[in-house]
Design a protein around this ligand. Structure first.
Ligand code: GLY
Length: 414
C-alpha cells in the first residue's frame, strides 16, 4: 500500500506511537487496514524509559492475582512476536529468556521474599528461594551482603528501545503512515450517548470485517487534521488530555512517574573488561525495603529502575531519584561504580483505577482505547494489539474485563 493512500483515506487513525500504538498499527496493517499513526516522537516516552522486563511473576503485586491470566498470556505471546518483529525489521530486539533473580539485602528483606514466594506458591507460579551461596553461584558479582534470593525462571526481557525502533521499521515497511504530529483534539464524529448499544463500530459489519464507508472522526493536530471511521487512543498517560473526547469515553488513566538510568561500559580501553554484563539475570532486589531492578543487556549495558511517584505530567529527571537508584543499585551490584552513566530518563506509567488496561470500544462510536497498561506496557503490547486486531478484523469481542465502559461515567461528572 502506498504511503499517500494511507495518509489520504485511512481506515484507522492511531493516536500515539509508543509500543501499544505501534504494535496495534502493525497488526491492523498486516490485516489489510490502511493505518495512519500520529505522534511527535515515536517510540519515546514510557516506551523509551521502560526497562523491558517481561515479568508476570516478579511484577505481580499482592491484591493483583486477577491480573495473572492476562500477564501470563502476554508473556507467552512474546517469543513468536519477537521472532516475527526481528524478521520484519532485520535486526535483533534483544529478547532474552534470562529469568529474574530477586535478592534480599537484610533480614527484613529476606522475610519479605519468603512471603512473596509463598504467595507465588498459592497461585501455582514457578519461583523458589535460594540461599546466599546458591545466589552467588548464579550471580558471583552480587554484593557479599546479599542474604538470599528468590528465583523466577520464567521472567524474561526485551530491549525495549530496540523493539521500538524495530516496530517503526516494521510498520513503515508494512505501509503504515507515521505522521510526526501532536494531537490536540477530536472533532465531530458520529453523535453518541451513553449506553451499551453504542459499543459498536461504525464501518464494522455484523458478519465480521470492516467496511470503510462510515462516519468519520476528525483528529486535529498542531499541524492539520486527519479523518477516519476508527480512531484508537494509544497515548498512554496523555490519553485523557485530548480535547473533544466526551466525558463518558474519556480514558480513566493517571500518570505515575518513574525514572530509570542506563549504565554501560565506557569507550576507553581501560574499561574494555567491563563489556561483559555484570549480571546475567534480570536482578531485582529489596534494599532495606526499597525495591530496585537492574536489567542487563548483552552489550554490557544495565538498565536501573525505577522510582515511582505522582507529580502530574512532568518528566524531568530529579537529582534525588538518580541518587536513590544509584545508591540502592550499588548495594546490590557494587561493580556498577565502574560503569559510565549513559542516560537518565523519566516516563509516565498510565495507571487505571484497577491497574488493568483499557481496551476496546468506548461509548463514542468509532473511538477505541488501547491504553492503561500500567507497569506492563512492554509486556502487554503484542497481546493487546492481537486482541484489537481480532476485534476490528474479525469481530471477536475484546475481553469485557478490560472494557473502557467499566469506568464510563455520565456526561459532565468527571
Ligand atoms: N515495569 C517496571 C516499572 O514499572 O518500573
Amino acid at each position: 500500500m502506498g504511503r499517500s493512500q494511507a495518509t489520504a483515506h485511512p481506515d484507522v487513525v492511531i493516536v500515539g506511537a509508543g509500543i501499544a500504538g505501534l504494535a496495534t498499527a502493525w497488526r491492523l496493517c498486516l490485516g489489510g487496514m490502511k493505518v495512519t499513526i500520529l505522534d511527535p516522537n515515536p517510540a519515546r516516552a514510557a516506551t523509551w524509559t521502560a526497562a523491558g522486563m517481561l515479568a508476570p511473576v516478579t511484577e505481580l503485586a499482592y491484591g493483583e492475582a486477577h491480573h495473572l491470566a492476562l500477564t501470563m498470556k502476554a508473556a507467552e505471546r512474546w517469543p513468536s512476536f519477537a521472532e516475527e518483529l526481528e524478521a520484519a525489521a532485520e535486526h535483533s530486539i534483544g529478547f532474552q529468556t534470562c529469568g529474574t533473580l530477586y535478592a534480599a539485602l537484610d533480614a527484613g528483606d529476606a522475610t519479605e521474599l519468603k512471603r512473596l514466594q509463598a504467595f507465588h506458591g498459592t497461585l501455582g507460579l514457578e519461583s523458589s528461594i535460594l540461599t546466599a551461596t546458591e545466589t552467588r553461584d548464579l550471580e558471583p558479582l552480587l554484593s557479599p551482603t546479599v542474604r538470599s534470593a528468590l528465583i523466577a525462571p520464567g521472567d524474561h526481557q526485551v530491549d525495549n528501545r530496540l523493539a521500538g525502533a524495530a516496530l517503526i521499521t516494521a510498520v513503515e515497511r508494512a505501509g503504515v503512515h507515521i505522521e510526526h504530529a501532536f494531537v490536540t483534539a477530536l472533532d465531530g464524529g458520529a453523535s453518541w450517548s451513553a449506553g451499551r448499544d453504542n459499543l459498536s463500530l461504525p464501518g464494522f459489519s455484523k458478519s465480521g470485517g470492516f467496511v470503510s464507508e462510515a462516519p468519520r472522526i476528525r483528529v486535529r493536530t498542531d499541524d492539520g487534521s486527519f479523518e477516519a471511521p476508527i480512531v484508537i487512543i494509544c497515548a498512554g498517560s496523555w490519553s485523557p488530555l485530548i480535547a473533544g473526547i466526551p466525558d463518558p469515553a474519556r480514558p480513566a488513566v493517571r500518570p505515575v512517574r518513574g525514572e530509570s538510568l542506563r549504565l554501560g561500559p565506557g569507550s576507553g580501553e581501560s574499561l574494555a573488561a567491563a563489556r561483559q554484563p555484570l549480571v546475567s539475570h534480570n536482578v531485582r532486589a529489596l534494599v532495606h525495603g526499597r525495591p530496585i531492578y537492574l536489567v542487563p543487556r548483552a552489550t554490557g549495558e544495565i538498565v536501573i529502575g525505577a522510582t515511582s511517584d505522582e507529580r502530574g505530567y512532568g518528566t524531568g529527571v530529579l537529582a534525588g531519584g538518580v541518587r536513590q537508584l544509584l545508591d540502592d543499585a550499588r548495594e546490590v551490584v557494587p561493580g556498577i561504580d565502574e560503569l559510565e552513566l549513559i542516560d537518565t530518563s523519566a516516563g509516565l506509567r498510565p495507571a487505571t483505577p484497577d491497574n488493568l488496561p483499557l481496551l476496546g470500544p468506548t461509548v463514542m462510536p468509532g473511538l477505541l482505547l488501547a491504553t492503561g497498561y500500567w507497569r506492563n506496557g512492554i509486556l502487554l503490547a503484542p497481546l493487546m494489539a492481537d486482541m484489537l486486531a481480532s476485534y476490528l478484523l474479525a469481530g471477536e469481542q475484546c475481553p469485557q474485563e478490560y472494557s473502557p465502559e467499566r469506568f464510563s461515567t455520565p456526561a459532565g461528572s468527571l
